[in-house]
Ligand binder design. Sequence first.
Ligand SMILES: Nc1nc2c(c(=O)[nH]1)N[C@H]1C(S)=C(S)[C@@H](COP(=O)(O)OP(=O)(O)OC[C@H]3O[C@@H](n4cnc5c(=O)[nH]c(N)nc54)[C@H](O)[C@@H]3O)O[C@H]1N2
Ligand SMILES: Nc1nc2c(c(=O)[nH]1)N[C@H]1C(S)=C(S)[C@@H](COP(=O)(O)OP(=O)(O)OC[C@H]3O[C@@H](n4cnc5c(=O)[nH]c(N)nc54)[C@H](O)[C@@H]3O)O[C@H]1N2
Ligand SMILES: [Mo]
Length: 775
Amino acid sequence: MVGKAPHENIDEQKLSVGSVKKKAVGIPGVVHSLDISFKQMGPFRAARALLQVNQKDGFDCMGCAWPESDKRHKAEFCENGAKAVAEEATNRRVPPSFFAEHSVSELREWDDFRLGQQGRLTDPMYLAEGSEHYVPVSWERALGILADELKALKDPNEAIFYTSGRTSNEAAFLYQLMVRGLGTNNLPDCSNMCHESSGSALTETIGIGKGSVSLEDIYQSELILIAGQNPGTNHPRMLTALEKAKQNGAVIVAVNPLPEAGLMNFKNPQTIRGLVGGGTDLADDFLQIKLGGDQALFQGLGKFLLEEQRRPGSPHAGRVFDTAFIDSHTTGLGEYLEQLEHVSWAEIVTATGLTEAQIRATGARLIMSKATVVCWAMGLTQHKHSVAMLRDVVNVLLLQGNIGKPGAGVCPVRGHSNVQGDRTMGIFERMPDAFHDALDAEFAFSSPRPHGFDTVAAIEAMRDGLAGVFLGMGGNFVRATPDSSVTEAALNKLSLTAQISTKLNKSHLITGRSALILPTLGRTERDAQTSGDQRVTVEDSMSAVHASRGRLAPASDNLLSEVAIVCRLAQLLFETDDGGTRPGAPLADWAAMAGDYSLIRSHIAAVVPGFEDFEAKIDVPGGFVLPHGPRDSRSFSTHSGLAHFTANELEYPRVPEGRLLLQTLRSHDQYNTTIYGKDDRYRGIKNGRRVVFVNQQDLDSFGIADGTMVDLVSEWKDGVDRRAPNFRVVAYSTPVGCAAAYYPETNVLVPLDSKADVSGTPTSKSVVIRLEPVG
Ligand SMILES: Nc1nc2c(c(=O)[nH]1)N[C@H]1C(S)=C(S)[C@@H](COP(=O)(O)OP(=O)(O)OC[C@H]3O[C@@H](n4cnc5c(=O)[nH]c(N)nc54)[C@H](O)[C@@H]3O)O[C@H]1N2
Ligand SMILES: Nc1nc2c(c(=O)[nH]1)N[C@H]1C(S)=C(S)[C@@H](COP(=O)(O)OP(=O)(O)OC[C@H]3O[C@@H](n4cnc5c(=O)[nH]c(N)nc54)[C@H](O)[C@@H]3O)O[C@H]1N2
Ligand SMILES: [Mo]
């Protein structure tokens, strides 16, 4: 049975705005996801696919990086997980005849939704210089073209190797080995745009860039702060964990500019009460914070704790801080407290838009809690001062010893299902020396040590004519990155762009002078190699590594696995005609590894700490948890061996008169640049995506009515007006001065050099804009 794809782009004429929902999931969620599943897969394939999601012998859901609980439901059901599966396991196909029919210029006019809806790519395709149509090529020819272009570069640093976070550990490990074998560390990844700020802040302060909590900690926590995250849409299975925490007595505080439905009330689709009853109220308090105000909030919380620790009449005087923990495990308290003394409540109130009383009340909750977790996602990582903001989150947790004890810790909730694992495997433009040393020893070569380009630096290099070839291991680089016009022009300058992809997207259409599409297996599909069917592994947000095995028939007979593509390319790059290894190249048996992924895992075991006995450990259902010093033994591998308090000057965005601060975020019907549908059910939007959410008070002061069509124009210090045309204004509950609109339509507004200090992450959650009524 072959599904039908829609013929049209999203028709914004049909856009309608209804009421905002206060409850997440329940029956509407189940109905909506089954509807999408049946349209894409048909009922039989849908049932087969959905029954294997996150089961111990099934595949890992590519919907998000939230961990699986030990007691899995027969269908670990999540509305958006089901949509992610449907998107990959669809019956729709993009065969070579599709490209004969449609030129690249024509396809460039299609929106992201319509492109993605066409279905799965089936054959390797080549777009020759000057040509308007992709034509089918053999794998041999496709990989030959790519290898020849790479070999022709004057310097390996003219090649850029992007990775999106769906890639398995096995493919990621071989990919970085190939890239380093070629002689460069140019390994930008989606993480540069995502949780890089978390990694930077956590590595500096606690010695490891990963979260310190397990699911059990969430269940046992007494207080959970959820800041800058919309789990109802982006991590729906997290709501089940929060519901359980709540049943165990946890208090939940939501910190967000928007009253997100999932944070307010959850109707668990796994339970009858959830489906037909009133659901569970999750957030006890909602702090409707201004965009970028979180550093001020956490400084305010620190200040309150300090005041209570010192206030003579306070019932908690002298007992607020965990002095035993502070004395034995931390350094830098003095400078931090001095900073808190200097910051004023007035400034904290201005920066947050909250009242002092609200902040003190949250501080009082901290004092009452013996075990506190802070969870966050993009709302905290995509600002100019995100790293400082997250250091201040760590400060507050350290004051009360909330790291490395049951029910407490830092919980950066990752996005892509294996983004954390890809980092562990070496997808990073600046891996530590210890990793390079181990890699060199295992493969008898010298990996390059100078740091490579991150995502923004890669775009700058392309723009400045310093790059020649781009290879994407998954993802949709041109749409995910900031400053769309600049990035598109930068890619056009290359000699070749090649994409290893499952689905058609804009990155296949905005290309270098020539381009390749290398279609690959998805995670739901059987991966048969010479030694038999293969499994791969992934690491979730809580450092648990486990196996994933696809069982559905591949979308086409002409797909190669990501591992096979890398191995075949590496053979062309590194092997001599008689099968030997070129001088200086890594010593590795690429053909054997492609035939049997357990050989890759034995190399990983030798290179990456924590993966000893890798193969045996993934035979255990549910896999194993990687070591984490702060979580396991309160040991901190910072240069001092202690956890670091840091003194950070208070920053917050300042927006000129008549302007708004825009955050770019996800609707309920999208997965990053993949658009599943046209609705954002919880926020009341139907049949359209070009909407901008603005506070009524701002609209009144601008004299703009709800429903008006406007252009969004971003203002930046370079004086360039970046414009996203034709958005419908929606009056919405958001703090005064703060607006919201969907990504990737708004990426054109994010200036390339507007990025976070230290981490380099584009500031996708703080873009200064003005509204210009159309016509
Ligand atoms: N269905 C689905 N699931 C996904 C994804 C998807 O696109 N669709 N994407 C995956 C990926 S890669 C990622 S990284 C995650 C993203 O998960 P999220 O981070 O939840 O995604 P966003 O939609 O960017 O939402 C940001 C949230 O932070 C709030 N926010 C914005 N700015 C601020 C701020 O300054 N302060 C505070 N306190 N809050 C703020 C917004 O109002 C919003 O609720 O989800 C992953 N899972
Ligand atoms: N303005 C703005 N920009 C942002 C963000 C934001 O909040 N605002 N968020 C940022 C974040 S958090 C992230 S993570 C990035 C996401 O950036 P990316 O990871 O680059 O984008 P995706 O949309 O997830 O990539 C989708 C494509 O991946 C391919 N794909 C899917 N599955 C597989 C697979 O199994 N293998 C392979 N090889 N390919 C596959 C498909 O072809 C699909 O079209 O975007 C960032 N950009
Ligand atoms: Mo992400």
